[in-house]
Design a protein around this ligand. Structure first.
Ligand code: ATP
Ligand code: ZN
Length: 293
């Protein structure tokens, strides 16, 4: 009987960061995908209540290895870690969070014109693989000093002439008297998977991917409703892209219609202004929870 149960409850194992910059957004995308699980402190694994999924909580650097070894079937990890660890895994989908860049920075008073100025110099980094590839491509020979943390203090303590580290706002660099000179890699969190998932696990991964895509898409879009005078409907409908075309319904008040559409966050304010200029009134903007296209 016990044996039967394990077969029936075959689960997809997904590894996410245990704590740190990707932790909350990883949990969020799973939850918004309708997957419920507990994430109690000090937990190493958690089973979803309503989906055949087991979540493993790991250090981000270890995730590609676990996925390559098949201990986890999938994972959520930064592209920087994917590139640095260089494991045999598949990048399935970029997830739109954890955005950062890997940059070279030098002391702010340093005389720096191009990467060639780092010839023969020492660069401290936690990303020796990505950095050495970049230097090779640029034909610059420099010494790479691999450090595991606090990279940004390396120049001030005399350990290195430059650093290569992750940056998002640049405030850490600034606070340490450094200036960013080259962006060598751009990264965001991505869903990865093993290269040899069996049929059932592939099907589960596909389901999760479908949901992740719907969540991702919904984050970029807003649902808008407005009242429009009928004589302006043509102009207003031209401004609105919508999924297909906008929905137009007559209002009880004669000569007016209600117009519904979906708009992209990037063009949001621009579109709203145009709508107002064209006589739209009572514009309501509503977040979209999921978007299936
Ligand atoms: P762990 O204990 O899991 O090894 P960590 O200290 O190596 O954690 P975090 O600082 O939590 O890692 O960063 C995790 C990931 O978040 C990075 O690998 C990167 O993909 C992403 N990230 C986004 N913005 C930044 C940033 N400004 N600095 C560092 N990482 C960032
Ligand atoms: Zn790490």
């Amino acid at each position: 009987m016990e044996e039967d149960k394990t077969i029936q409850t075959m689960k997809l194992k997904i590894a996410i960061q245990k704590s740190g910059r990707l932790y909350e957004d990883s949990i969020k995308i799973l939850r918004e995908s309708g997957i419920e699980f507990s994430n109690g402190m000090n937990k190493l694994r958690s089973e979803a209540y309503n989906f055949p999924l087991e979540v493993l909580f790991l250090r981000d650097d270890d995730i590609p290895q676990y996925v390559e070894d098949g201990v986890a079937d999938a994972g959520i990890v930064g592209e920087n870690i994917i590139a640095e660890t260089n494991k045999k895994i598949r990048t399935v989908e970029k997830l739109g969070f954890g955005k950062c860049r890997l940059s070279i920075a030098v002391p702010k008073n340093a005389d720096y014109r191009s990467i060639k100025d780092l010839k023969g110099k020492k660069i401290a980094t936690s990303y020796p693989v990505i950095l050495s590839k970049y230097l090779k491509k640029k034909r610059v020979e420099a010494k790479i000093e691999t450090v595991s943390g606090s990279v940004e203090i390396a120049p001030s303590v005399g350990l290195a002439d430059a650093i290569c580290d992750l940056v998002s706002s640049g405030s850490t660099l600034f606070a340490n008297g450094l200036k960013e000179t080259e962006v060598i890699f751009r990264s965001e969190a991505a869903l990865i998977s093993g290269t040899k998932l069996d049929k059932e696990k592939s099907a589960l991964l596909k389901k999760i991917l479908f949901r992740f895509k719907a969540v991702k898409k919904s984050r970029h879009n807003k649902y808008v409703l407005m009242n429009a005078p009928n004589d302006k409907l043509d102009a207003i409908c031209k401004i609105l892209p919508g999924m297909k075309s906008p929905t137009v319904m007559p209002l009880a008040e004669k000569g007016w219609s209600s117009v519904h559409s979906v708009i992209d966050e990037e063009k949001f304010w621009e579109i709203i202004e145009q709508l107002k200029e064209n006589g739209a009134q009572g514009i309501l903007v509503v977040p979209i929870e999921k978007m299936i296209v």
